[in-house]
Design a protein around this ligand. Structure first.
Ligand SMILES: C[S@@+](CC[C@H](N)C(=O)[O-])C[C@H]1O[C@@H](n2cnc3c(N)ncnc32)[C@H](O)[C@@H]1O
Length: 226
């Protein structure tokens, strides 16, 4: 099982896959994220990680020219952008946001990123006090050294850190700025993991669990219906 570093991962054919959909519209974003993007961002700042061509962002910029929008993607196949929209060619593994954002999104981008938990933690620290982070995310793509899924310990750690995970929709979210320290240290990525729930080949991310003795706190289960 390969444990690729970011340089190897970012030149992998899975990440450079031209069959992936990079052209979602704003309407598609609303559906994929389950939020009203324009209402959440207001007249503030919206950062979209792994933005693809930036099509959804240009539509948002046209709908609200007061909104300050930044899109970041590894590949610079961007659509022409108006002044209020900044499209940056960079890896989200290296990107840092210089001003707090009211909305941070990542639509089907984390599937191709190495240190997914690192990106989620850093993005949470870039939010405004009541800003919203929402991303498509599959916890099954987070694996331990031996390849086993990080499982319930991961979902418990994410919940303790204030994230909400919807396993049915494969969506993670968090409201409000917070410095997050998840008990996982990143080892490397596996670009041979095969298709994930989207049907596209995706990347597994391997971690060392740094607090294996930490008690597993599970949500209380509702009483069984009889
Ligand atoms: C499935 S596409 C989604 C694009 C866009 N969010 C959309 O829905 O139209 C995934 C995008 O993630 C980008 N990507 C993958 N790894 C990345 C990384 N490390 N940093 C930035 N972008 C990355 C790819 O170049 C691709 O454009």
């Amino acid at each position: 099982m390969p444990h690729l570093d970011d340089t190897a991962l970012e030149s992998s054919s899975v990440v450079a896959n031209c069959a992936m959909n990079r052209e979602r519209t704003l309407k598609n974003y609303v559906r994929e994220l389950g939020i009203d993007v324009l209402a959440e961002a207001g007249d503030g700042r919206w950062l979209d990680l792994c933005c693809g061509t930036g099509r959804a962002l240009t539509e948002a910029a046209a709908a609200n020219p007061r909104l300050e929008i930044t899109g970041v993607d590894l590949v610079d196949h961007f659509v022409p952008a108006p002044d209020s929209l900044r499209l940056v060619t960079a890896s989200v593994a290296a990107w840092t946001q210089d001003a707090p954002a009211d909305l941070i999104t990542c639509v089907h981008g984390l599937h191709y990123v190495g240190d997914k938990l690192g990106v989620l933690a850093r993005a949470a620290s870039w939010l405004t006090e009541d800003g919203l982070l929402v991303a498509n995310f599959d916890t099954r793509s987070v694996r331990l050294e031996d390849g086993s899924p990080a499982g319930r310990r991961l979902t418990a750690a994410l919940r303790e850190a204030g994230f909400t995970y919807d396993p049915r929709r494969h969506r993670i979210s968090r409201r409000g700025n917070r410095k997050i320290d998840l008990p996982y240290s990143y080892i490397g990525a596996n670009d041979q993991a095969g298709p994930n729930y989207t049907g596209q080949p995706a990347v597994d991310s391997h971690y060392h669990h740094t607090r294996p003795d930490h008690p597993l706190r599970l949500e209380p289960q509702p009483p069984a219906q009889v």
